[in-house]
Design a protein around this ligand. Structure first.
Ligand code: GTP
Length: 359
């Protein structure tokens, strides 16, 4: 048996305002809460029991899990105060059933990956590691913590975000999935916030523990920012990213009760939520439209997230934007890169019409 811990208690500040009402792992991605993709994938690769480490908006998880059957035992642990990534792992200890020497998987709740989970656990055991980290490689590692390893896959250092070219000693980064020997979880301090990346891992290296890094160059994406969130959702719909929770892949996914005009165009892995509507002449390319939202005639939406029940008027151009739940964007608005409209906001109509006079 393999147990896993899913860390889902973060505030998801980079995805505001979507995370004001819904915690990041419960946002719909390719038709289901993101956490369902992670749970079902873990289930299908041999995990038999999952503990959800919750904090922010814990009741949203509880309600959903109580009402769902995901074919695996899911247990919810809730922190009174947010304890950080390491503190959250320590907090779930009483909920774990694994023996002291057994492996416990830990996943960040916003990672979409094609990782060979069983292989990671196997290598962890073969190398008799205390902790093993799943590492991925990136072209530009400047925004990440670097994790160099030696020929035996032992981690040699944990480096904070590199500032100069000399500091970029590897392109390997922490991919947000670990295997802990359970007894190592016992040693994390209790009762205060702990960062697993900044405190626990460097501390283990210093104490001489065996910390391994296993590089996997398959699909990996951190869905923490709006653009990455949209990309992850589209990759799941297109079939580029793997998930047992996506039954059918294609250019778009239209959920039950949605109304799509015959001449509207949905491409690039776009999802249209339940009971949403897309009017005549609208084109939506690589976007996520949540349940009950409305897209007006001839509007063009790309690389954007349209929140639940939001209303987009006719002739709008929306690219790289996040529209909060229930917001109203009047006809003719142009909202470009990085724009975020807060839930319930009302942007009136504009007299200039953009979409009809552009190609
Ligand atoms: P940002 O605020 O946008 O950085 O997102 P985040 O809150 O998700 O933070 P981050 O991406 O750094 O967190 C990594 C993972 O740990 C995510 O899956 C979070 O849900 C989770 N996490 C972060 N802090 C806590 C915490 O205090 N408690 C628990 N249970 N989980 C946490």
């Amino acid at each position: 048996m393999t147990e896993a811990v899913l860390l889902v208690g973060g505030q998801g500040t980079r995805l505001r305002p979507l995370t004001i009402n819904t915690p990041k792992p419960m946002l719909p991605v390719a038709g289901v809460p993101f956490t369902v993709h992670q749970i079902t994938r873990a289930r299908d690769t041999g995990v038999t029991r999952i503990v959800l480490g919750t904090s922010y908006k814990a009741d949203v998880f509880k309600e959903f899990i109580d009402a769902s059957d995901l074919g695996i035992e899911v247990v919810i642990a809730t922190e009174d105060e947010p304890l950080g990534t390491g503190g959250a792992i320590r907090h779930v200890l009483p909920y774990l059933e694994s023996g002291a020497d057994e492996p416990v998987l830990v996943f960040n709740g916003d990672i979409l990956s094609g990782l060979d989970i069983a292989g990671l656990v196997r290598t962890h055991q073969e190398t008799n590691s205390d902790v093993s980290l799943y590492l991925t490689t990136v072209e530009d590692p400047r925004a990440f913590g670097l994790v160099p390893t030696d020929a035996e896959r032992r981690v040699t250092q944990f480096l904070e975000k590199p500032q100069t070219p000399e500091e970029i000693v590897t392109d390997q980064i922490n991919a947000g999935c670990y295997v802990f020997k359970r007894s190592v979880i016992d040693s994390i301090p209790t009762g205060r916030p702990v960062s697993v990346e900044r405190e626990t891992f460097p501390g283990l290296l210093e104490s001489g523990a065996v910390v391994s890094g296993i590089v996997d160059r398959g699909y990996w994406l951190d869905l923490g920012t709006p653009l990455a969130f949209v990309q992850g959702s589209c990759d799941l719909v297109l079939g580029t990213a793997p998930s047992p929770a996506v039954a059918k892949t294609g250019q778009s996914l239209v959920l039950d009760g949605a109304t799509i005009a015959g001449d509207a165009s949905l491409t690039g892995g776009t999802t249209i939520g339940a009971n949403a509507s897309v009017a005549s002449g609208a084109s939506i390319d690589g976007a996520v439209v949540f349940d009950n939202a409305q897209v007006g005639a001839n509007s063009r939406i790309t690389n954007s997230i349209i929140g639940e029940g939001a209303v987009i008027g006719a002739d709008c151009v929306i690219d790289g934007a996040v529209i909060g739940d229930g917001a109203v964007v009047g006809a003719g608005n142009e909202l470009l890169a990085g724009v975020r409209v807060w839930p319930g906001a009302n942007l009136g109509e504009t007299s200039v019409r953009f979409s009809s006079d552009r190609s």
